[in-house]
Design a protein around this ligand. Structure first.
Ligand SMILES: Cc1ncc(COP(=O)(O)O)c(C=O)c1O
Length: 397
């Protein structure tokens, strides 16, 4: 059995970011030393870079069931979400605009919508049920003649719950409304096909599936009117100005290719490990509950509520034991606000403050899970004895 030492740290925070796969690193490194041309240049260096760009575009398109010329490379999930949402709203000639989204979106979507709201756009943030699922009927009822965009995430970053995108896509199609999905947490974890889901726009971020940080993509269905965020050169078919980052884009393509191979088998084996982890936690530790849907969720995510234990203390104590996990979304950690996702499920504040996210990857091993199971019960008991959750609650009021 593996005992956790500082040298053998265990990483269960893969929804925050993932380790770069060796194959991906191998693909990108030569771009810094040899294939360093500008893809817009006509000479051989430029054409070599253009070849790499085209190849990566093909690989990403293949992962999403799209055409290569429907892929726009960006700096990551946040930029892709901004480009999708602002791009559609600002391109619409209608005088009054309405956007539909959900209460559990990532801040990259929610804060973009809030910024639009300040500029006069009407935004409807639909609620979800206790497992984090959106009812497609609520989308149908929310649509008005002014609705220009529906934005619903594929999988939630905190709880892993997946949404009925196909049904929502069908509703969007019937009403001739653009449909966007933040699939940042879904890419590489479950099959994605933009046509099956009737999507017009879809976002991915490389660092969530073993490419480096700072690269992502936006799928934009052919013929969709989109106002760019940046103005400059005619890169990315006028959708995203700026010299393309060939090493990063090459890495994204390689990660997309890697993710596509064996997607189902890999998701199954990660899911089996995650389910084993949860079964054992429920057996070994009293008063633990799952946040989110037990069935409609990505295979790597386990968001657990340890009643009467403070989540920050749990995460810190696990970190001291060499185990990395999270209280929720990385962007929100460090904040004393409870997770907006957990509150949207209807959890009271104290339960939101008792929840920890464990997220696995293809590199997580059974030995690592055993090592976590070994130390977790003791850490939970100690945190329950200390129980600063109530102190934190008092500090808020
Ligand atoms: C669902 C979701 N959307 C968007 C983002 C933002 O992506 P990036 O960190 O690449 O900007 C994240 C990152 O945590 C995410 O989980």
């Amino acid at each position: 059995m593996l005992t956790v030492t500082a040298m053998q740290r265990i990483y269960l925070d893969n929804n925050a970011t993932t380790r770069v796969a060796p194959e991906v690193l191998q693909a990108m490194l030569p771009c810094y030393q040899d294939a360093y041309g500008n893809a817009s240049s006509v000479h051989a260096f430029g054409q070599e870079a253009k070849g790499l760009l085209d190849n990566a575009r093909q690989q990403v398109a293949c992962l999403l069931g799209a055409e290569p010329n429907e892929i726009v490379f960006t700096s990551g999930g946040t930029e892709s979400d901004n480009l999708a949402i602002r791009g559609i709203v600002e391109a619409s000639p209608r005088p009054n605009k309405h956007v539909i989204t959900t209460q559990i979106e990532h801040h990259a979507v929610l804060h973009t919508c809030q910024a639009l709201q300040k500029a006069g756009v009407r935004v409807t943030c639909l609620p979800v049920d206790g497992e984090g699922r959106l009812d497609p009927a609520d989308v149908r009822h929310a649509i008005t003649p002014e609705t220009v965009l529906i934005s619903v995430m594929q999988s939630n970053n905190e709880i892993g719950t997946t949404q009925p995108l196909r049904e929502i896509g069908q509703i969007a199609l019937e009403h001739d409304v653009c449909f966007h999905s933040d699939a940042v947490q879904a890419a590489g974890k479950l099959p994605l096909c933009v046509d099956d889901l009737n999507l017009d726009l879809l976002c991915i971020a490389g660092h969530k599936f073993h490419a480096p940080k700072g690269v992502g993509a936006l799928y934009v269905r052919k013929g969709t009117r989109l106002r760019p965020l940046f103005f400059g050169g005619a890169h990315e078919r006028n959708r995203r100005a700026g010299t393309e980052n060939i090493p990063q884009v090459t890495a994204l393509g390689a990660a997309a290719e890697l993710a596509r191979q064996n997607l189902d088998n890999r998701a199954r084996s990660i899911g089996e490990l995650r389910d084993y982890f949860e079964r054992e936690v429920f057996q070994r530790i009293p008063e633990v509950a799952l946040n989110g849907s037990p069935t409609a969720r990505i295979s790597n995510t386990s968001n657990l509520r340890f009643e009467r234990a403070d989540s920050e203390s749990l995460v810190i104590n696990l970190d001291l034991a060499g185990i990395a996990c999270s209280t929720g979304s990385a962007c929100a950690s460090g904040s004393i606000e409870p997770s907006h996702v957990l509150l949207a499920l209807g959890l009271p504040v104290e339960q939101a403050f008792s929840s920890v996210r464990f997220s696995l990857s293809r590199y997580t091993t059974r030995e690592e899970i055993e090592a976590v199971l070994e130390v977790l019960p003791g850490i939970v008991s100690r945190c329950r004895e200390a129980s600063p959750t109530s102190a934190r609650l008092h500090a808020r009021v």
